[in-house]
Write a protein that binds this ligand. Structure first.
Ligand code: SF4
Length: 219
């Protein structure tokens, strides 16, 4: 691909966003939640697990445990029994209880609404913290999950491998008002069209905006 100026890349990103909004009008976070605590718990459970499986488990969980103190005060065995269908459930249960204990001790039982405090919580990395800011608090944030990572590279928006460096590249070229939506769009496009092993380039709505429009040929 010929070298692209920052202004040209910004313009291309705006077009990509416009097309993907039409392609995936339903793009949104795939996890169900009604408040920041529920989202924190769902995101911890969703690491390397399917979102639809997490969504099957969380309704009963959220009905039973309504506060950070509820999670922190539960026995490990009882909490594990609630989420035993999800992989790494022992480790994830410990992270939930440790995070909730810190919420009770340091944050009045509330999930903080800033990245510095979120990153202090056990089991919460930058991806989870940004997902909470974006989806529970409505703050613009770039969430670099596996789809954002892969599609940003394929679309020539970054050459980096490190999620924090990818985030830094994307904040420079994606309009701030679209940060959250942009990530949801890439996640949906990555699941439905630009899949890891067999991207459907001939049927891709943004193939004219992609440097690799022939990654797969038409059948
Ligand atoms: S043209 Fe192919 S590689 Fe490019 S975004 Fe679409 S599916 Fe992915």
């Amino acid at each position: 691909m010929v070298r692209e100026s920052p202004a040209a890349k910004q313009a291309r990103v705006r077009k990509i966003i416009a097309v993907l909004k039409r392609t995936h009008p339903d793009a949104k976070l795939a996890l169900d939640f009604t408040n920041p605590l529920e989202l924190l718990v769902a995101l911890i459970l969703a690491a390397q697990a399917r979102d639809d499986l997490v969504n099957l488990v969380t309704p009963d969980l959220f009905r039973k445990y309504r506060s950070a103190a509820d999670y922190a005060g539960e026995t490990e065995a009882a909490l594990q029994a609630q989420v035993g269908r999800i992989n790494f459930f022992r480790q994830k249960t410990r992270s939930i209880q440790k995070a909730c204990a810190m919420l009770v001790k340091d944050f009045g039982g509330n999930v903080p609404d800033n990245i510095d405090d979120l990153l202090k919580l056990p089991g919460v990395g930058r991806k989870t913290a940004n997902a909470i800011l974006a989806n529970a608090f409505g703050q613009p944030a770039i969430v670099v999950d596996t789809h954002t990572w892969r599609l940003s590279q394929r679309l020539g928006l970054t050459t980096k491998d490190d999620p924090e460096e990818i985030e830094a590249d994307l904040v420079k070229i994606v309009p701030c008002k679209d940060w959250t939506k942009f990530c949801h769009l890439l996640q949906f496009h990555g699941r439905r069209v630009c899949t890891a092993r067999n991207p459907k380039c001939p049927n891709c709505s943004i193939n004219k905006l992609c440097p690799w429009p022939h990654k797969t040929k038409a059948a």
